[in-house]
Design a protein around this ligand. Structure first.
Ligand SMILES: NC(=O)c1ccc[n+]([C@@H]2O[C@H](COP(=O)([O-])OP(=O)(O)OC[C@H]3O[C@@H](n4cnc5c(N)ncnc54)[C@H](O)[C@@H]3O)[C@@H](O)[C@H]2O)c1
Length: 357
């Protein structure tokens, strides 16, 4: 699946990064979770880079379609430099050829689904991460690897730790309904730190904060797709909370732009927050903003208790990144404000719905 907005965003990244993307040329880039929301866009950026000529980047795209959609990469199927491999990354993997860059993005990422599949979530975040760290260790040509961790490793930070810097150690339940995700990502990070210490593996950790954008499945069950699907179908937006919890949302293009800098130039063994620090917004205000962007006739907002008794258990009250480290390290700062990002999403879903709607 691709549409004009996604293509435009991929073009924007290649224009903006220019020669900074050159290290990818003529190399092989292994991407896990390649048919997911975030990583399929990484593939679109690679496709755009190849469209510009020069030595192409070869992409090995690995996914088991737990939540990924084959149609997200169908437009790349006939390109000789792309290879789609169906594989559960919790299991050993041999790419059968030398690899130079690894982007380990496979995970169960939506709270509704990781609460339903906690053991699979732990497997992919712990065993899967170990498999690909091993691969990086065994392949001397690997120049860089990223592990897609999460801002959820911070749990529910105390107010003095908002905005949250990378040095914050977290306030996390190890047994609650979200622990399968939060704690397995934390252990994934521990594996990364130790592979770097023991073997010098060039691993960098990315902690994304609520990245949203075109291409996200409308049936993904995270807050943004929930609101977006109501707006696309022009039915009432239903909030399952009092709407006071806050998040800071990062548009996909800004997020992946920063993440590519981390892959290519990040310090091995280091972790980087990636998000948007312009606006921390409550869920009710987010719904109101979307209603404004969607325009008339006005979409009503309703409150309803979720059928899922654990919907709000251990839900962090506030989430906002401290991005000083990213801004210090790279020529990067998020640029797309929430209104523009919401508008681009709505337009993209007008092109082609993804998933349930
Ligand atoms: N989008 C965000 O805001 C956000 C925030 C924090 C962390 N992350 C992390 O970024 C990564 C991508 O997230 P996303 O939002 O694109 O989620 P997504 O669900 O769209 O993508 C995850 C992909 O991983 C694949 N996958 C899951 N288990 C697998 C397995 N065992 N073997 C092979 N493939 C498997 C899925 O099929 C899917 O294609 C994830 O690691 C997620 O934890 C994302």
């Amino acid at each position: 699946m691709t549409n004009e907005i996604i293509r435009e965003d991929a073009r924007w990244i290649v224009d903006r990064m220019g020669a900074a993307l050159d290290p990818l040329r003529g190399t092989t880039f292994l991407v896990t979770g390649a048919c997911g929301f975030l990583c399929s866009f990484v593939l679109d950026v690679c496709a755009e880079l190849n469209r510009r000529g020069g030595k192409p980047v070869r992409v090995l795209a690995v996914d088991n379609f737990a939540s990924g959609l084959p149609e997200r990469v169908a437009h790349l199927a006939d390109r000789s430099e792309f290879k789609l491999i169906t594989h559960d990354v919790s299991q050993p993997f041999d790419p059968g050829e030398p690899v130079h860059w690894i982007w380990h993005g496979a995970s169960v990422a939506s709270p509704t689904f990781y609460r339903r599949f906690p053991l699979e979530t732990i497997d992919v975040n712990v065993n899967g991460t170990r498999q690909f760290l091993e691969l990086a260790r065994k392949q001397p040509g690997v120049q860089g690897m990223v592990f897609m961790s999460t801002s959820e490793i911070y749990g529910d930070p105390t107010p003095d730790a908002i905005p949250t810097p990378e040095t914050y150690r977290g306030f996390v339940s190890c047994t609650g309904p979200r622990a399968c995700y939060d704690e397995s990502k934390r252990l994934g990070e521990t594996l990364c730190a130790n592979y770097h210490r023991l073997h010098g593996t060039p691993i960098k950790v990315i902690r994304p904060f609520n990245v949203y954008g075109p291409g996200q499945r409308l049936d993904d069950k995270r807050i943004m797709p929930d609101l977006m699907s109501a707006a696309v179908e022009r039915r009432p937006i239903v909030l399952h909370s009092d709407g006071r919890a806050t998040r800071a949302f990062c548009y996909l293009r800004d997020g992946v732009w920063g993440m590519l800098h981390v892959l290519l130039r990040g310090e091995p063994g280091e972790a980087y927050n990636v998000g948007n620090d312009h606006e921390e917004i409550g869920m009710l205000d987010l719904a109101k903003r979307l209603v404004e962007v969607a325009g008339p006739p006005t979409i009503p907002i309703e409150h309803k208790v979720s059928d899922d008794p654990h919907y709000l258990s251990d839900n962090p009250q506030r989430r906002c990144p401290d991005l000083s480290k990213m801004k210090r390290s790279f020529p990067w700062s998020p640029e797309v404000d929430l209104r523009e990002g919401l508008s681009r999403c709505l337009r993209s879903y007008g092109d082609k719905p993804v998933g349930g709607a």
